[in-house]
Design a binder for this molecule. Structure first.
Ligand code: NAD
Length: 485
């Protein structure tokens, strides 16, 4: 082992965080982890001091230097104004890949799924977690779902490289591209493109709703699953819970400029300070960290001692089951039981073997950043309108000219004018679509024309709330058609 201690940044977090961190540090230090721990404060106390990010500026110095963060869960105070610390750290350090292995430990931990070994590779920076939300009208709120090609390429490639490194047979992609044809459609398309580069690894795509049902029912059908941020967040909790307990799964967040290791669960405030919580999730996060910093011998010792403890029936309340378990213990006693088994291996469960190949390295691949021929051919003008669609339509019918024309009004995506149906429920949030006339020799709408259109809305006393330019990229439409258009 390298005699130089590896500096890591550590935060005890909130709720059950301090207890599970103490247990984790005791275990890994007893197993010989060669680390110099730098503690920083994050979470509730920091938020309540008025720092909306949940982390002091001074704490970044340690994080940016060590580039390794072992973190307990935190409590995000309810109410507006507080930004998610997890999202901030992931984005600041570019931690684009969230790896969440979920394994069942049958028959030692009770589960309906004795054969389950699924690794969820969740995209960590994009999707609905951009946090770009607006209230646009009296009645309507909006959040932006952003999926980028480079972001998708990185996570999909990470999933296939992970499968290759660990000898996994199949990578499955989950999206909802039958509805979100552009955002999830891009994720699926990039998955198909990259899958071709890995002919030895099977690949498949499921629509996320039926895929989730299948995962909850038959997890043994899956191996590695790659998916956008929100689906990954939800389904990794489902996967961990059906494997035995949400308290059993650890996770790593890997990126170009660092790595963060944590449990997948939250701060479970109702269990705080009771010496009840299961520290396994954070401990398995720490095992991933030890591999990451090149201390795979220690990682192996810790993981095997933990497996042996499970096998010996020494269980915290969340996995304790009369008949299967032998001893119900608290957080501290569970840690002590693991420490007592350091050097031992499980007898029935498969022991882990870690080598330097298990380093979860920070990898980066060249990204092809293409430029397309982008042409603006129209604009969607969103307005707050309290009247009927026909009243709005009558006002804007004449806003066109020989170059562009008003085409259609939709409300929550459904066409309501012209020829809307009186049965369609409408809110105060309408979209008015303008497109260049196909018969015109100039196919492009200029920015000045868009300003001219907005001026017409203003002159007519209609409250426009935002616009979206309608563009083509190398001639391909960059927008969806309106339902019923
Ligand atoms: P949670 O995961 O904290 O707890 C849900 C339930 O799961 C608990 O009541 C408990 O019964 C069980 N549980 C969770 N971890 C356990 C463990 N280690 N041992 C035994 N049982 C365990 O989810 P929540 O109640 O929705 O969230 C609580 C707080 O945690 C919120 O403020 C939320 O924002 C935050 N949170 C933080 C993170 C993070 O920091 N990474 C992640 C998720 C939620």
């Amino acid at each position: 082992m390298n005699s130089e201690k590896v500096a890591i940044t550590m935060a005890r977090g909130d709720g059950i965080g301090p207890e599970i961190m103490d247990a984790t540090l005791r275990i890994i230090e007893a197993a010989g982890a060669n680390i110099a721990v730098e503690e920083i404060e994050i979470g509730e106390k920091v938020y309540l001091r008025g720092i909306s990010s949940g982390i002091e500026e001074s704490s970044w110095e340690s994080l940016l230097r060590t580039k390794v963060f072992l973190k307990s869960p935190i409590t995000t105070p309810q109410g507006g104004g507080f930004k998610s610390l997890n999202v901030t750290v992931r984005k600041t350090l570019g931690l684009y890949a969230n790896i969440r292995p979920t394994i069942s430990y049958y028959p030692y931990v009770s589960t309906k799924h004795p054969v389950m070994d699924v690794v969820i590779v969740r995209e960590n920076e994009e999707d609905l977690y951009a946090g770009i939300e607006h209230r646009q009208t009296d009645e309507v709120y909006q959040t932006l779902k952003l999926i980028s090609r480079p972001g998708t390429e990185k996570i999909v490639r990470y999933a296939f490289e992970y499968a290759k490194q660990y000898g996994r047979k199949k990578v499955t992609c989950f999206t909802k591209d039958n509805i979100m044809k552009m955002t999830d459609g891009l994720f699926h398309k990039v998955f198909d493109e990259i899958a071709v580069e890995y002919p030895d690894i099977e690949n498949e795509h499921w629509i996320v709703d039926i895929g989730a049902a299948k995962l909850a029912d038959t997890p043994e059908a899956f191996d590695v699953i790659v998916l956008p941020n929100l689906y990954g967040d939800i389904l990794s909790d489902v996967a961990a819970q059906i494997a035995g307990s949400v308290g059993l799964a650890g996770s790593s967040n890997i990126g170009d400029h660092g790595a963060m290791f944590e449990a997948i669960h939250g701060s479970a405030p109702r269990r705080a300070g009771m010496n009840m919580a299961n520290p396994s999730g954070l401990l398995l996060g720490a095992v991933m960290m030890l591999n990451h910093i090149g201390q795979s011998d220690v990682a192996e010792k810790v993981h095997n001692a933990w497996l042996r403890t499970l096998e010996d029936g020494v269980h915290t309340y969340d996995i304790f089951k009369e008949g299967t378990s032998k001893e119900k213990v608290g957080t501290k006693e569970f840690a002590q039981a693991i420490i007592a088994r350091i050097g031992q291996k499980p007898v029935h469960l498969k022991p882990v073997v870690y080598t330097s190949k298990d380093r979860q390295e920070i990898k980066s691949w060249p990204l092809v950043r293409r430029t397309y021929k982008k042409q603006t051919i129209g604009v969607d003008v969103f307005v707050m309108w309290k009247g009927t669609p026909d009243e709005l339509g009558a006002k804007i019918d004449k806003f066109g000219n020989d170059h562009y024309s008003f085409r259609v009004i939709s409300n929550r995506g459904q066409k309501v004018y012209p020829n809307g149906r009186p049965e369609t429920f409408t809110t105060d949030h309408s979209r008015c679509r303008f497109l260049v006339n196909e018969s015109h020799s100039n196919p492009e709408m200029s920015h000045n024309e868009i300003i001219e259109i907005l001026q017409k809305f203003t002159n007519a006393g209609i409250d426009f709330i935002k616009i979206e330019n309608l563009c083509t990229f190398d001639g391909e439409k960059g927008f969806t058609v309106i339902q019923g258009e």
